[in-house]
Every structure is written in structure tokens, then in C-alpha cells.
Ligand binder design. Sequence first.
Ligand SMILES: [Cu+2]
Length: 70
Amino acid sequence: MADKREILNVGGMSCEMCAKSVARALKTLDGVHHVKVELDDDLVEVDYDESKVELAALKKAVEEAGYDIV
Ligand SMILES: [Cu+2]
């Protein structure tokens, strides 16, 4: 089954470490296959399997890592 691609607008990422933290938080979720952070644009691209993980869980992981879903 094809992955779903979601672009999250994430606030609070100010440097490469932040980008890594967000990417790591998302990648630990089962069903997340690809994460790409566009630091300059505050965007995080996530490819995931909808049957394994919900969008709400992606957002929660970002928030629990200490960043905001805008
Ligand atoms: Cu940082």
C-alpha cells in the first residue's frame, strides 16, 4: 500500500539539532518511513502508512519532542 505524505508546519525549530530531534521523534513511530525537515520553511515532510499510524500520533510526537504544530 502506498504511503500517505503529510506536510506538517512545525514551530520552534531553530537549528539543526531541533530538526534532528523532530525527525528522530517521528521516525521512532511504527509506520513512519520517511521524514524530511525543511528547517528554513518550518516544514516537516512525513511519509507514513495510514494503517499503522494516524496523523494525530505524528503531531503528538512532535509536540512531545517539545515543538509546536502550527
Ligand atoms: Cu535547535
